[in-house]
Ligand binder design. Structure first.
Ligand code: SF4
Ligand code: SF4
Length: 345
């Protein structure tokens, strides 16, 4: 892998130049408590310190609402709405979200690729940024706390700048075209990189393995823990909307007033909604709140075999944004561990 360094005084210049490669999006602070990814006009507004955004990066590849094609019923035709997709740069992606995108790639770009997702994905340049965990993060348990592929460039914080790992041909091109901004990595930088990673590893809420969690969940589905936790749930769907790997959607054919034309639109859906498991004829595969609540736990803890990880990347968003204060990791720890271990976690 190729490594270069950028000093603090050159970082804003580099960010400004990134706009030559497409619209630049990065996290910005939008209130006392929240961050979101926005198109960047003033690079000094980029919030390098952010931990999570209110909407995960999936919104750039799977918009919450998307018109897929127009239908002409009278003539039996349809026109796909494939507008030109301009290239764009996502700066500041944390490791867990980069893995989340790779999970979405595995789903949307397999043998039967989703053309809408694929076109956006190919247009996106991914630039990672190192982070320190808060009490909601558990990417270490999911082995998604460090990425070796899935990015074009990855910025690792140093005391006086960033060590950059170059992860793709596009990344090499960007570095080569802006070589005047970079220096070589020296021994002090390597020591600082090592220290940052060691400090980061010491900051996680808990440690150990989650490899058997799916099976422990299945074996404990009758425990009263799940009745109690499901009872607290409002079924609002915040947990799935803010999850970087949740991708359920609903498709609706919406007729125009002429009754002859219309459009097919897809929207984000949530397994926490009663309508999610409802099928023609009125049968519901998950009729109770507890069914829906447990469905999410089982789904997120199932294995995504191509990456050897689970569908949950341990970002902590579902807990952070839950209005009922339901602690996703806390519940998994109760299933995994003895009561004593949980108390000390
Ligand atoms: S965010 Fe919390 S309250 Fe809302 S559906 Fe998810 S678990 Fe239930
Ligand atoms: S299930 Fe929760 S912690 Fe896991 S990836 Fe989704 S939002 Fe993040």
């Amino acid at each position: 892998m190729r490594y270069v360094k950028i000093k603090d005084e050159k970082v804003y210049e580099f960010l400004e130049r990134l706009k030559n490669y497409g619209k630049l999006y990065a996290p910005v602070k939008i209130s006392d408590k929240f961050y979101d990814r926005k198109e960047i006009d003033d690079v000094k507004k980029i919030a390098f310190e952010y931990i999570r955004t209110i909407m995960p990066a999936k919104k750039f590849f799977i918009p919450p609402k998307e018109e897929m094609f127009e239908i002409d019923i009278e003539n039996g035709e349809y026109n796909e709405k494939l507008e030109e997709i301009e290239s764009f740069v996502l700066f500041g992606m944390h490791p867990c979200e980069i893995v989340a995108l790779r999970i979405l790639d595995g789903i949307y770009m397999d043998e039967y690729a989703d053309i809408y997702y694929t076109r956006r994905r190919k247009a996106g340049i991914i630039i990672g940024l190192s982070c320190l965990p808060d009490e909601y993060c558990f990417c270490n348990l999911r082995r998604t706390d460090f990425v070796d592929i899935g990015f074009d460039l990855f910025f690792h914080e140093l005391p006086d700048g960033y060590l950059i790992r170059v992860g793709s041909p596009n990344g090499h091109k960007i570095i080569d075209e802006n070589l005047d901004l970079f220096t070589e990595v020296n021994q002090q930088d390597i020591d600082a990189f090592r220290e940052f990673e060691e400090k980061r590893q010491r900051m996680f809420r808990c440690y150990g393995s989650f490899d058997n969690i799916r099976y422990l969940l299945e074996l404990t589905m009758q425990d009263k823990l799940w009745d109690e936790e499901a009872e607290k749930c409002f079924g609002c769907g915040n947990c799935t909307n803010t999850c970087p790997t949740c991708r359920c959607y609903d498709v609706q054919d919406i007729p125009n007033i002429d009754g002859k034309t219309g459009k097919r639109t897809r929207f984000w859906d949530s397994c926490q909604f009663r309508s999610h498991g409802l099928v023609a004829g009125g049968h519901n595969f998950r009729p109770t709140k507890k069914d829906r609540f447990l469905n999410r736990y089982i789904c997120k803890n199932s294995y995504f075999y191509p990456l050897g990880t689970s569908y949950c990347v341990g970002c902590g968003n579902c807990t952070y944004f839950c209005p009922a204060n339901i602690d996703f990791l806390g519940n998994l720890l109760k299933v995994r561990s003895t009561a004593e271990e949980v108390k000390n976690a």
